[in-house]
Design a binder for this molecule. Structure first.
Ligand SMILES: *[C@@H]1O[C@H](CO)[C@@H](O)[C@H](O)[C@H]1NC(C)=O
Ligand SMILES: *[C@@H]1O[C@H](CO)[C@@H](O)[C@H](O)[C@H]1NC(C)=O
Length: 358
């Protein structure tokens, strides 16, 4: 009775706060996901009780009774109003490998503690690890998105998005992180590692707060043809690695169509094995805003770039941390001496053809 009362209370509190889950931030936090319980009981690619089965009906709140990799032989399309609770998986957690997860054209999706690793097992080089083109009200939190082929995250025409506390690393193929158009979008406390460019590419009004970007060719990118957008870029740390040839491409393709509030960001360009950067708030030919375009941005930026580094590395990605994410973190911790932009996930040296085991 008490338990029922407490869970009802928790539910009411969540509803009252209007958040996807306690602690959800940014534009995607309006997502409410699904509420009909569904338990994934099989790691098989398809059939009763599989992940593919789970997401085929809208309104579901999905939990996992199995752990390990789900090896996909074709892309999986999510339905609208879905919650994926990866943190409920026993043991070492849950992930998918080999094909795209798509929320294309869908609405109202919450994904937490889920590993999405495409890789060159996917023969379709036009697909991404996670695609949410033309979707709306989507939040990814504590996810690990690696080995994307087209982009790690593709989000063209997507409204109300948050990606928070997530790893977006080691894209192969185009070697791009994320491409988002439309928005608004919030990128909060993510770790971007060994991507060539697009970390993210954003043609949208954007909040970019307490992110860590390591070993980039170009980091925060707006595109020359991007249109008129506003950007709050606060408390991020850009860190050069072995593949970084121009550390000053921390802000890339900035132009006079962009309005930017850049505050408290740091760049460590010297690849010397120590975190010893300096302020980096100069945004090229963009129009400089003297205050944030969004009234919530400054309140979200609770960490200095130095403490963002510590906090993000300690807690980012799907929990519990597995082989792939541990490798990614160890590369960042070299602070300039380790890391490569690769074309094949096996080049990471991680076991199981680069996927590790869960
Ligand atoms: C969905 O499932 C999770 C995990 O069991 C639970 O914490 C959450 O309250 C559920 N949400 C809804 C809306 O039913
Ligand atoms: C985005 O969120 C806002 C605020 O909750 C809402 O008014 C708007 O309808 C949402 N946009 C879409 C496309 O759902």
């Amino acid at each position: 009775m008490l338990r029922l009362f407490l869970s009802t209370l928790a539910c009411l509190v969540t509803l009252a706060s209007g958040l996807a889950f306690p602690g959800a931030v940014g534009f995607g936090s309006v997502a409410t996901g699904g509420s009909t319980p569904f338990v994934v009981t099989s790691l098989a690619d398809s059939g009763t009780g599989t992940f593919r089965d789970a997401v085929s009906v809208s309104g579901r709140n999905i939990t996992f009774a199995v752990s390990g990799y789900i090896v996909l032989s074709s892309p999986v399309s999510l339905s609208s109003s879905i919650t994926i609770n990866g943190q409920t998986a026993p043991g070492n957690g849950i992930g998918v490998m080999g094909r795209e997860i798509s929320a294309s054209g869908k609405n109202n999706i919450i994904i937490r503690n889920f590993r999405i690793r495409q890789g060159n097992v996917d023969s379709d080089t036009g697909k991404s690890a996670f695609n949410m083109g033309k979707a709306s009200n989507v939040i990814l939190d504590h996810c690990s998105v690696e080995y994307g082929v087209w982009d790690s995250i593709d989000a063209v025409g997507t409204a109300n998005v948050t990606v928070s506390n997530s790893i977006i690393a080691y894209p192969i193929g185009q070697q791009f992180g994320a491409h988002l158009e439309t928005g608004p979008a919030t990128w909060y406390r993510n770790l971007w590692v060994s991507g060539h460019n697009r970390q993210p590419l954003t043609k949208a009004n954007t909040q970019y707060i307490n992110n860590i970007v390591y070993n980039y060719q170009a980091a925060y990118t707006v595109a020359n043809t991007g249109g008129l957008f506003s950007h709050d870029i606060i408390g991020n740390y850009f860190i050069a690695g072995p593949s970084t040839t121009s550390a000053n491409d921390d802000y890339f393709q900035m132009n006079a169509n962009q309005k930017v509030f850049a505050s408290g960001n740091f760049l460590d360009s010297n690849k010397n094995g120590a975190l010893d950067g300096s302020a980096a708030n100069s945004v090229g030919s963009a129009v400089v805003l003297s205050s944030a375009w969004n009234s919530g941005s400054v309140g979200l930026a609770t960490l200095s770039p130095q403490s963002a580094y510590t906090t993000v590395l300690a807690s980012v990605g799907a929990s519990p941390r597995d082989e792939v994410d541990s490798f990614v973190i160890s590369v960042v911790q070299s602070l300039g001496t380790k890391g490569a932009i690769v074309t094949n996930q096996a080049s990471t040296g991680v076991s199981n053809n680069g996927y590790g085991s869960l």
